[in-house]
Design a protein around this ligand. Structure first.
Ligand code: PRT
Ligand code: ZN
Length: 225
């Protein structure tokens, strides 16, 4: 059970951000009793509970005030913010700190033999992505109409499978694109993991704990620079 008096922090349960997120919190002095399959992990030496969930759920949990803090990729945060901007319930959160892990870029990529001359080359074509909001914002700014094909995984195989003409996907080394006969043509969003806080006022004790953790995060990052 989550105790509202304790500080609640959402982190990715398993994936590219989970190990670095846990290590960052440990380096801040939190003693965490982590059991592999558990949703909630209690901190032994501070009034902190960790909620371990899928990364996609973290922005919503923070924006809805279900948890107090969250560690999440800016790409996922931006996508959720764009989605909420279209609703009556716009995104509310505070960015506390950009972190030094989880770096990647969201890029457009096309088949090797595609003659890419800029976004205009994608006019009226179909682009597969897991980030339709960020993609649309970029293409609207470029003034290029297109259609999208929403895929939550295996985006890189879409052109070969005949599902799309191009893709918009996360890239770090570029090996996945290369292995699928694609070339990166345009970086549309650069991302890192960030520490975010729910909007609104916290009681004094919780706010003091947040300040303490933030100061320690800054210290840990400075020491690593
Ligand atoms: O299960 P859950 O929903 O929690 O996890 P997930 O599968 O949605 O996300 P996960 O763990 O793959 O990624 C979490 C976050 O890590 C992302 O939202 C990014 O902020 C960050 N990140 C950093 C990356 C990458 N690097 C990355 N390379 N996320 C995904 N990739 C994938 C990319 O989608 C592509 O398939 O890696 C492949 C490309 O890598 P390269 O090295 O071949 O270019
Ligand atoms: Zn995810």
């Amino acid at each position: 059970m989550l105790d509202k008096k304790r500080l609640r922090i959402a982190i990715q349960k398993s994936g590219r951000l989970s190990k670095d997120s846990q290590e960052m919190l440990k380096a801040c002095g939190l003693k965490i009793n982590m059991r592999e399959q558990r949703l909630i992990a209690h901190c032994e030496n501070m009034p902190v509970d960790l909620l371990r969930v899928r990364d996609d759920d973290i922005p919503g949990l923070v924006m809805d005030g279900v948890v107090d803090l969250g560690i999440i990729g800016e790409n996922v945060l931006e996508e959720e913010s764009l989605l909420r901007a279209q609703t009556e319930d716009p995104a509310q959160f505070e960015l506390l700190k950009r972190l030094d892990f989880g770096g990647c870029r969201l890029s457009l990529a096309v088949p090797e033999d595609f003659d890419y001359q800029g976004p205009e080359s994608l006019r009226d074509l179909r682009i597969a992505t897991s980030y339709p909001g960020i993609l649309k914002a970029f293409m609207d700014k470029a003034g290029v109409p297109f259609s999208s094909c929403m895929l939550n995984g295996s985006v890189e195989v879409a052109p070969r499978a005949g599902l799309a003409d191009a893709i918009c996907d996360l890239v770090s080394t570029g090996a996945t694109l290369e292995a699928n006969g694609l070339k990166e043509t345009e970086v549309i969003y650069k991302s890192k993991a960030v520490l975010i806080k729910a909007a609104g006022k916290f009681d004094e004790e919780k706010q003091a704990l947040i300040n303490k953790i933030l100061t320690r995060v800054q210290g840990v990052q400075q020491a690593r620079e």
